[in-house]
Design a protein around this ligand. Structure first.
Ligand code: SF4
Length: 406
C-alpha cells in the first residue's frame, strides 16, 4: 500500500478552531481515474482537516493480481477497463490493509480544474468517470453492505472541481457526518487542497520544461505521451513510455507540458497575431465541441507536438472500450503528422500487457526516431520564429540540468 507525500501543508491562514481530533482516522482513496490528476488536492484537503499524512492511504497501482485477489465477483456492468478495474482498488482498501481503513473516500468528479478552463467550452469529466464510484460501489452492496460489515464509512462527494467556489458546500454536504466537519473547515481545507494541487502541477511543468530545454540545447528528440491521466497507472498504460525511455528518449506527458507565456508565444504567437486562434490554449481551430476536459487536453497536446521541434514522436494511449477517445483518433493523428511528427497509437489497452507486441513496436519506434528525428526537428524549426526561449540560457549544460533534478 502506498502513502504519498509525507510533508506538512504550508502557507495559507490557520485552520478554523476548535476542530475535532482526527489524527487517528485512516482514510483510503482508490487511486483511479481522475484521482491521478487531482491526488494532491486530496492530500492537501485531508491534511488540513487534521488527518496525518501517514493515514492518507492510496490504493496500489492497478494490476491483474489486485483485481483477482480483491475485486473478484464484485464486477458491475461497465466494460471500460479503467472503470472496471476500480473493484480491485475498493477491495484492496477494504480487505488488503494491515492497519484498518476507517473511511473510503471515492469522489464523483463531475468537472476538472483544467489549465484549459476559460479557453474551451467546458472541462467536464467523462460520464463513466463521474459515475464510476457509484457503479463500483454497487458490486460491494449486492448481498450486504461490505463497507459497514468491515467497519468502514463510505464517502463519495459529487464535485464540480472546475468551480472552486461550490466545492466547499459539496464537500460539506457529503462529509459533515462522516468527518464531523463544519462548512468553515471545509472551505479552509478545500483552499489548502487547491493550493497543493497548483504547487504540484507547477513543479511538474517546470520539470517538463527542463527536459524540453535540454532537448533544445542538445538538439535531441523527446517523445510526448497523449493519454488520459490514469494512463500513468502502470496497470492501465502498461508503462509503454518507460520501455521507450529505456532506449534513451526523454518522455513528457501532455498533462504537465509547460504553459509559460514565453514558450506559448513562441509556439502559437504567429497564429494568435493572425487571429487563427484566440490564445495558445484555444483549440477551436481543430475541435469545436470542447466539453470534455481530458479530451480537450489531448487535442491541445497534439497541437503542441505538431509545432514544438524537439517533440519528434507522439505515443497515443487509449483504453479498451473508450467511447470518448474514438472520435479523437483521426484528428489527433492528422494534427500530429501535419508537420511530419511521428505518431504511434496503442489503442484498446486492457488488463493484460501484450509484452511481445509492445516490444516489437518499441523497436520500430526507436528505428524511426533514430532515422527521422533530425529531419523532423529541422522541418519544424523553420516554421517558428528564430528566438526560442528555451535556448536563452544556452550556457546551461546537461550536467546543470541533471544536478537540478537531484
Ligand atoms: S474516458 Fe474512456 S477510458 Fe476513461 S472512463 Fe471514459 S470511457 Fe473509460
Amino acid at each position: 500500500m502506498q502513502t504519498w507525500f509525507g510533508k506538512k501543508a504550508s502557507g495559507g491562514s490557520p485552520p478554523p478552531s476548535p476542530r475535532k481530533d482526527r489524527s487517528g482516522l485512516r482514510v483510503g482513496i482508490p487511486k483511479v481515474l481522475n484521482v491521478w490528476s487531482t491526488s494532491q488536492f486530496w492530500v492537501g484537503f485531508l491534511r488540513d482537516l487534521g488527518i496525518e499524512s501517514e493515514n492518507i492511504v492510496f490504493s496500489s497501482d492497478t494490476s491483474e493480481e489486485q483485481g483477482r485477489e480483491f475485486g473478484k465477483g464484485r464486477g458491475t456492468v461497465d466494460c471500460c477497463y479503467p472503470v472496471k478495474s476500480i473493484s480491485g482498488h475498493y477491495g484492496e482498501l477494504i480487505f488488503g490493509q494491515k492497519k484498518k481503513i476507517n473511511i473510503i473516500l471515492s469522489p464523483m468528479i463531475y468537472s476538472l480544474p483544467s489549465f484549459m478552463r476559460g479557453h474551451v467550452s467546458e472541462t467536464l469529466a467523462c460520464t463513466r468517470v463521474m459515475a464510476g464510484p457509484e457503479n463500483i460501489k454497487a458490486g460491494f452492496m449486492k448481498e450486504s453492505d461490505v463497507f459497514a460489515d468491515n467497519g468502514i464509512k463510505y464517502a463519495s462527494p459529487f464535485l464540480s472541481m472546475a468551480e472552486p467556489e461550490v466545492v466547499p458546500k459539496q464537500m460539506y454536504d457529503c462529509l459533515k457526518d462522516i468527518f464531523g466537519v463544519d462548512l468553515a473547515e471545509c472551505e479552509h481545507a478545500v483552499e489548502a487542497g487547491y493550493r497543493e494541487l497548483r504547487a504540484f502541477n507547477k513543479k511538474m511543468r517546470d520539470a517538463s520544461r527542463e527536459i524540453m530545454a535540454w532537448c533544445a540545447r542538445e538538439n535531441k528528440p523527446c517523445v510526448l505521451v497523449l493519454g488520459r491521466p490514469y494512463h500513468m497507472d502502470p496497470g492501465i498504460g502498461h508503462e509503454i513510455e518507460s520501455d521507450l525511455q529505456a532506449h534513451g528518449y526523454p518522455i513528457v506527458w501532455l498533462q504537465y507540458l509547460p504553459i509559460d507565456d514565453d514558450l506559448m508565444n513562441w509556439i502559437f504567437g504567429e497564429e494568435i497575431k493572425a487571429k487563427k486562434i484566440r490564445s495558445a490554449l484555444d483549440i477551436s481551430d481543430v475541435w469545436t465541441s470542447s466539453n470534455s476536459s481530458n479530451t480537450n487536453e489531448i487535442l491541445w497536446g497534439a497541437k503542441v507536438a505538431a509545432r514544438f521541434p524537439w517533440i519528434t514522436c507522439v505515443l497515443r494511449l487509449s483504453s479498451y472500450e473508450c467511447g470518448m477517445d474514438q472520435p479523437t483518433y483521426t484528428p489527433t493523428q492528422k494534427i500530429v503528422e501535419a508537420a511530419g511528427t511521428l505518431f504511434f497509437k496503442f489503442g484498446d489497452l486492457d488488463s493484460t500487457k501484450p509484452a511481445g507486441s509492445i516490444r516489437i513496436r518499441i523497436e520500430t519506434i526507436v528505428h524511426y526516431l533514430a532515422k527521422y528525428s533530425d529531419q523532423i526537428i529541422q522541418k519544424k524549426l523553420v516554421l517558428l520564429p528564430p528566438d526560442c526561449p528555451l535556448l536563452a540560457g544556452k550556457e546551461k549544460t546537461l550536467a546543470a540540468v541533471a544536478s537540478n533534478e537531484k
